[in-house]
Design a protein. Structure first.
Length: 225
């Protein structure tokens, strides 16, 4: 469960990135965060990943207050959250398998554990037959699915997708959304930041709409208004 309780974030020069924001996201939900650039979407992500602390209010993750943490506790929080970015961020000199294995190596997984986890996430995103391909040999959609597999290899409970279809054509965007829905159906909570009206309106998941740092709409089965 994720809870923001009256969270405000003020940056230098008096800029209010968030103002008295409250919401609760249950385990297994799929939530779209929408709003214009500068609305506060990125700040919410940064607060969850502990890249920032709130100025006021509380951020609760799985029943624990993570608003202010000692630096040594932050890596454990981040291991429970996968992140997919708009620009893929793959290592060009490593193939698909090696790009994902890079994460399992950092986590100290054994060879057997690593192989099992990588096979699992490649199947999840339908890329079992592309494990030896390098990023330059993949389409944009395939690269994004590798990014998703890498984010899921540690089996996080939460996946943040920050404009995952922003650089992709409509057909490929829907392939990415199908993969995200499969990940969600496996029990992972999905938080997706997007400007795509078509995707939001078609899927009609929960929508949290931000404007100038405030939640102006929180709607189940919502649309992009």
């Amino acid at each position: 469960m994720i809870q923001f309780k009256n969270v405000s974030k003020k940056y230098a020069k008096g800029i209010d990135a968030l103002e008295d924001v409250s919401f609760t996201i249950e385990d297994g939900e799929f939530v779209f965060f929408i709003g214009a650039s500068g609305a506060g979407k990125t700040t919410i992500i940064r607060l969850l990943l502990k890249e920032e602390n709130p100025t006021k209010g509380k951020v609760i993750l799985n029943g624990k207050d993570i608003s202010f943490l000692r630096a040594r506790r932050i890596p454990k929080i981040r291991r429970g959250i996968g992140v997919v970015f708009q620009d893929f961020r793959l290592l060009e000199d490593r193939n698909v398998y090696q790009n994902i294995k890079f994460v399992t190596d950092i986590l100290g997984s054994s060879g057997k554990e690593s192989r099992k986890a990588i096979d699992r996430v490649l199947k999840l995103v339908n890329l079992e037959d592309r494990k030896k391909a390098f990023p330059q040999q993949l389409s944009g959609g395939e690269q994004q699915r590798v990014s998703m597999a890498r984010a899921m290899v540690n089996n996080p409970k939460i996946l943040i997708a920050d404009e995952p279809t922003g650089n992709l054509d409509p057909k490929t965007s829907w392939e990415i959304m199908e993969s995200l829905q499969r990940i969600n159906e496996s029990g992972t909570t999905i938080l997706m930041v997007t400007h795509s009206k078509e995707i939001v309106n078609q899927l009609q998941k929960r929508v949290i709409h931000l404007d100038h740092g405030k939640v102006i709409r929180d709607e189940a089965n919502g649309r992009y208004e």
